[in-house]
Design a protein around this ligand. Structure first.
Ligand SMILES: [Zn+2]
Length: 285
């Protein structure tokens, strides 16, 4: 496969609505962007503005921009179904709400962290994740996917291997409505990906079928060395992964055409323009 122009952009605010975020993406020359569908600190269901979402969808369509929603931080897929029951329902309702917003905005889907479970046997945690995803996607007919993101390992051992991600997707009722978000900082911090010329990672991801589900990349550098288990994002090329690591990754067949989102500090001009230019330059040369 030939190397394509990378589709890049950053996480944008919805202060001006979903359409406002899309407008900002257009203005900065981005090919993609991410947004919080609602307050990122709460699981409260949002009665969202459908006209605003529709304007966002149309703008993105007109300008060929891809968008993706990031679920609120308290969204934990491993939430226990029984105790307390209310928390499970709140999580499911919130995720379904996020999915509906993403669908209305014409987005690829909703990114949700793999989940954490500390109450006991990790197998119960995995079981919970599968139950939660099945419940969220039950009867779902939309195009928007539930996109699982790998974790840095700073909150326990779950969601830090390709095997876990692939297995969870396989074991759910609707694997076609499930995608993956590869966060490069988390992958580097957890030891899932070594950075640099990591052919073993590429090979294992192909064999396991991880690449088949790849929908989005969080293109973050890391402020800490590999295996540090620290979730501290740096701007691309300014951390321990470095330019060489990203150059190799961006040239893999499996990532061609996959949108890359920055979740790091913006440049002095308050945008991701510099980061986008960097990545485009690396891929070209
Ligand atoms: Zn991320």
């Amino acid at each position: 496969m030939s190397i394509k122009e990378p589709i890049v952009g950053g996480h944008l605010s919805i202060r001006g609505g979903y359409a406002g975020a899309a407008q900002a993406a257009v203005a900065s020359g981005a090919g993609a962007f991410q947004y919080f569908p609602k307050n990122p600190r709460s699981l409260t269901v949002k009665d969202f503005d459908r006209q605003d979402a529709e304007r966002c969808r149309k703008l993105c369509e007109q300008h060929g921009i891809l968008s993706v929603a990031h679920t609120p931080y308290p969204s934990n897929l491993a939430v226990d179904r029984n105790a307390p029951r209310e928390q499970f329902e709140r999580t499911v309702d919130s995720l379904r709400n996020d999915l509906e917003i993403a669908e209305a905005c014409g987005s690829l889907g909703i990114i949700v962290h793999f989940g954490t479970y500390k109450a006991g046997n990790p197998l119960q945690g995995y079981q919970n994740i599968i139950q939660c995803i099945n419940e969220v996607l039950s009867g779902w007919q939309g195009q928007a996917k539930l996109i699982i993101e790998n974790q840095a390992g700073d909150h326990g051992d779950m969601g830090i291997t390709l095997e876990e991600l692939v297995q969870i997707r396989k074991l759910c009722h609707l694997p076609d409505s499930i995608g993956f978000c590869l966060d490069t900082c988390h992958a580097f911090a957890s030891g899932m990906w070594g950075g640099r010329d990591d052919r073993a990672f590429d090979g294992r991801a192909s064999e396991l079928g991880y690449w088949d589900g790849l929908t989005v990349i969080h293109l973050n550098d890391s402020k800490y060395p590999a295996n540090s288990r620290k979730d501290r994002h740096a701007r691309v090329g300014e951390g321990y992964i470095g330019e060489a690591g990203f150059r190799k990754l961006l040239k893999l067949d499996a990532v061609q055409g996959i949108p890359c989102i920055f979740e790091s500090e913006k440049g002095e001009d308050g945008t991701y323009r510099e980061d986008m230019e960097r990545v485009r330059r690396w891929v070209k040369a």
